[in-house]
Design a protein. Structure first.
Length: 204
């Protein structure tokens, strides 16, 4: 899947309300440099320029707030620079929690995995001013969990990225590899749902 975007979609995305912490751009920067070096960063910056936006990844303040549209433009630019498909974008999402100090800080102070799962909504609020996370399934006994993201973020790439991101967090919390994951969209209802399952036989 190519994440093409029209001029009209770019304009709509630029008008998207909400803000995001700069830490997400630091995470993107870490990913780009680690995978593709400075040449890769230049390619991403060129793709951003084609869409009429710019992000100074090195100068971004981790705890500062930035337009949420930039978060999605960053993902689009990375996918276009390196010809990423949905699986690649999801893998990028999986990498993010492992290097995010906000995620590490958050998960450090909850002793039970069930309690941490129930607090995932608070983790979202520490990153984004738009949208709301609701846990709709927390079933560690059967190795299943699901969450619902309320809000429309316009671009499919964002949900593909979040599927990997949420899957990685759940894996960190329960201490198991996620075997199945999927996202389902309910635009008319105004939300999107993410489902994760893991093999409970691996539990000791």
């Amino acid at each position: 899947m190519n994440y093409n975007i029209t001029e009209e979609e770019i304009k709509r995305l630029q008008e998207l309300k909400g803000e995001v912490r700069g830490v997400v751009f630091k995470t993107d920067h870490h990913f780009i440099i680690n995978k593709n070096g400075e040449d890769g960063l230049k390619k991403v910056e060129d793709e951003l320029e084609k869409m009429g936006v710019s992000i100074d990844y090195e100068e971004v303040s981790q705890m500062g707030y930035y337009p949420i549209s930039l978060r999605i433009f960053s993902l689009l630019a990375i996918s276009r620079a390196f010809n990423y498909n949905r699986e690649d974008v999801s893998k990028m999402g999986k990498n993010a929690p492992r290097v995010s100090f906000l995620v590490k800080f958050f998960t450090k102070y909850f002793m039970s995995s069930e309690k941490t799962l129930e607090k995932v909504g608070e983790l979202w609020e520490k990153h984004y001013t738009k949208g709301r996370i609701e846990m709709i399934v927390v079933d560690e006994e059967n190795g299943k969990t699901a969450l619902r993201l309320h809000g429309d973020f316009l671009q499919p790439i964002f949900y593909d990225y979040l599927l990997g991101y949420f899957s990685s967090i759940i894996s960190m919390v329960v201490g198991q590899k996620i075997d199945k994951e999927k996202v389902e969209h309910f635009p008319e209802e105004g939300y999107h749902e993410f489902y994760m399952e893991w093999n409970i036989k691996n539990n000791s």
